[in-house]
Design a protein around this ligand. Structure first.
Ligand SMILES: NC(=O)c1ccc[n+]([C@@H]2O[C@H](COP(=O)([O-])OP(=O)(O)OC[C@H]3O[C@@H](n4cnc5c(N)ncnc54)[C@H](OP(=O)(O)O)[C@@H]3O)[C@@H](O)[C@H]2O)c1
Length: 281
């Protein structure tokens, strides 16, 4: 056992979004690696919108995993991540790992907030999550009407399993200086269109499931109909228009480089989530 490993075994890591898709897996993986996890979401009294809750969450910790709710590229994210990162450093939380997004230019000011905080930072830029199909807004359409309506066109995306994101985050946190000051890009192993992804899910469930491509604008109108606030809809329509223009139709080899293994395959994700009854009507 190296000195690094010994000190990291006693590391306390604040996991924001600990009840969410990535945070819950980061917490599990960190505990399995022997780290002490301090879960942080509104359920534990930590609120990104209320700065008075930050110090109690951060004080005495060594590291923090930062996953900003909704989107890392929102103007609120840039402001709050920048402020929290500086406060973390003042409180002695030296190691920060930010979850960011591949190809999202509007996330760069948020990333800069972590880089300029004085922390030992790593930015993990992830592809679209496989779990967007099983935990989040996409699941209801598939479950209830058997149809995913989404502005993904025929663009190919290498969907990543959030368990791989968690494994990467914990590997980065426990690797000493190795990934400090770096952006790491991670994706799944295969490029799939949204239609192909839905076909794999259909195969795994035995249900007839379909994908209908719509324009970002049509998708936005549908979200307004579901009661999503207009400002958020405007942001999401612009964001999806950018992220789904083909810029991300490429693989990133961060999982292989950092974990020394292939990313989990989308077919395995689909089979396991189907077995758990995720898309049952
Ligand atoms: N989806 C993708 O494909 C994708 C790809 C790359 C990057 N990302 C990035 O992933 C991030 C989201 O991470 P995620 O998907 O793991 O999260 P998530 O599943 O959307 O969960 C959100 C988490 O944040 C907490 N939360 C919500 N509002 C909060 C508040 N005001 N204060 C404190 N905590 C709050 C929630 O818990 P409580 O309700 O208990 O507070 C929950 O734990 C975004 O920044 C997004 O840009 C997403």
């Amino acid at each position: 056992m190296t000195d690094n490993t010994q000190s990291e075994q006693g590391m306390t890591v604040v996991v924001t979004g600990a009840s969410g898709r990535t945070g819950s897996r980061v917490a599990q993986a960190a505990e399995a690696a022997g780290l002490t996890v301090r879960a942080a979401s509104r359920a534990q009294g930590f609120d990104w919108q209320d700065r008075s809750t930050w110090a109690a969450t951060l004080g005495g910790a060594d590291a923090a995993y930062l996953a900003y709710p909704t989107d890392v590229g929102s103007p609120d994210a840039a402001r709050d991540i920048g402020l929290l990162a500086r406060e973390a450093v003042e409180l002695g939380v030296r190691r920060l790992v930010l979850l960011s997004s591949r190809g999202e230019d509007r996330a760069r000011p948020t990333e800069d907030g972590v880089r300029e905080s004085g922390a030992d930072w790593t930015v993990v830029r992830a592809a679209w999550f496989a779990q967007n199909f099983s935990e989040g807004p996409m699941v209801e359409g598939l479950r209830q009407s058997g149809e995913l309506v989404f502005p993904g066109g025929e663009v190919r995306e290498p969907f990543i399993d959030v368990r791989d994101i968690a494994d990467v985050v914990v590997a980065v946190l426990t690797a000493g200086e190795r990934y400090v000051g770096q952006n790491v890009e991670i994706s799944g192993a295969r490029l799939l269109t949204f239609g192909e992804a839905v076909a794999e899910i259909a195969g795994a469930t035995g249900r007839e499931l379909t994908y209908r491509a719509v324009s970002p604008r049509e998708y936005g109108a549908q979200l307004v109909g579901f009661g999503v606030p207009a400002q958020e809809v405007g942001f999401l329509v612009e964001l999806f228009g950018e992220l789904l223009d083909g810029r991300n139709s490429r693989l990133s080899d961060g999982v292989q480089e950092i974990l020394g293994r292939e990313p989990r395959d989308f077919a395995d994700f689909a089979r396991e989530a189907a077995a758990a009854g995720t898309w049952k009507a």
